[in-house]
Write a protein that binds this ligand. Structure first.
Ligand code: PLP
Length: 394
């Protein structure tokens, strides 16, 4: 009998919704025209792109013209940082970010540092929240950009975006946020939050992979990211990914319509999972803020456990999970996020991220807890460290 798969890695990626795929299909064949062509079957695709831009703009309380389609979160992050650096370097060469950003930000910052920019990496507290006092103290006359993620992809902590936006505005500094994990899960109003640039990605919200967008507030002098034709108002050239844009549009439409009910359902399942794990498995701790966290994120460290072994054994039970971010799995370095919240290496190594989605059920949550209890016990019984610990604690 085929084993049922329980997918609990929605922060890594999601399956496209059936209605997303259905919406996309005609654009591979029937509506294949290049949106830049003059004849009507192609020009209709221009209108479709405009409609999606409009829908995304509305979802953020932003004008449609401020939305630029990209190939996903990584490109949007690269664009925001590199183009700001280039456009504003005469004003200054100092950028502030945090230690828990995604590598799309951190590695772009490293690149900019090699180009002569100075980067301040803010600390976070034990729950992963950026320290606002440190942010204020880090601001200098030559600071041109603050880039802080909306919510963390590993531990789910939601950052104080409104306060950060207000600080940036007060000092006349641009504010970018990587909202790849938050967009579609949390309401976002770029006006209210004083956000100047925002990155998002289709495949995290049950849309297609390889499509995303960057919101760029009107008036910012960012230059073209990709040079060529006049697409995306000449700022990001290349024939538009029409199918991807259509799929993203559908995913955004459904995500916005269902946000409240999903949030309620996922928060309930999340809390049930956290409560049961912490109650029933000894030497386990929750990573990330208990309340200020994404509705679908559970991140737990189990002492005396090796994360990779845990993942393999969960996989054997049909459970897809992650030990950190998908991009870093495969490397033996512990997660930079878990180290930044103060976990010692050996505890960071024994961490598990479960990220829930719309299709998960309470029954699955209970199944996962039962399996986890068995696996953790089995692994600990094989661990000399655990044996030692038990001997000494007697
Ligand atoms: N930023 C964050 C916070 C993410 O979680 C991810 C993906 O995991 C990205 C950026 C990269 O997005 P994409 O996979 O669309 O390039």
């Amino acid at each position: 009998m085929d084993q049922k798969v329980i997918y609990l890695d929605h922060a890594a990626t999601t399956a496209a919704r059936p209605e997303v795929v259905e919406a996309m299909l005609p654009y591979f064949t029937e509506h294949f025209g290049n949106p830049s062509s003059i004849y009507s079957i192609a020009a209709a695709n221009k209108k479709v792109i405009t409609d999606v831009r409009e829908r995304i703009g509305q979802s953020l309380h932003a004008p449609a013209q401020d939305i630029y389609f990209t190939a996903g979160g990584t490109e949007s992050d690269n664009w925001a940082l590199k183009a700001t650096a280039e456009a504003y370097e005469k004003k200054g060469k100092h950028i502030i970010t945090s230690k828990i950003e995604h590598h799309a930000i951190l590695h772009t910052c490293e690149y900019l540092a090699k180009k002569g920019f100075e980067i301040t990496y803010l600390d976070v507290d034990e729950n992963g929240i950026v320290k606002l006092d440190q942010l204020k103290a880090a601001i200098r006359p030559d600071t041109i950009l603050i880039s802080i993620m909306f919510a963390n992809n590993e531990i789910g902590t939601i950052e104080p975006i409104e306060e950060i936006g207000a600080i940036a505005k007060e000092h006349g500094i641009l504010f970018h946020t990587d909202a790849v994990q938050a967009y579609g899960q949390l309401p976002i109003d770029v006006e209210k939050l004083h956000i100047d640039m925002l990155s998002a990605s289709g495949h995290k919200l049950m849309g297609p992979k390889g499509i995303g967008f960057l919101y760029i507030r009107k008036g910012l002098k960012l230059r073209s990211f990709i040079h060529g034709g006049a697409q995306e108002r000449s700022r990001r050239a290349g024939t538009e990914n029409v199918t991807g844009i259509v799929g993203l549009g559908k995913a955004v439409e459904v995500a916005m319509e269902t946000m409240e009910e999903r949030r309620e359902k996922e928060t309930f399942m999340r809390d049930h999972l956290i409560d049961r794990i912490l109650k029933e498995i000894p030497y386990a701790r929750l990573n990330g803020d208990r309340n200020r966290r994404l509705p679908n994120n559970v991140n737990i460290s189990f002492q005396f456990i090796e994360g990779e072994s845990l993942l393999i054994m969960l996989d054997m039970k049909g459970i897809c999970a992650s030990s950190g971010s998908a991009c870093t799995s495969g490397s033996l370095d512990p997660s930079h996020v878990l180290l930044a919240i103060g976990l010692p290496h050996e505890i960071a190594h024994g961490s598990l991220r479960l990220t829930l989605g719309d299709e998960n059920t309470m029954e699955e949550m209970d199944y996962v807890v039962e399996q986890l209890k068995e696996i953790v016990e089995k692994l600990r019984n094989m661990s000399p460290l655990y044996e030692d610990f038990i001997k000494h604690s007697k």
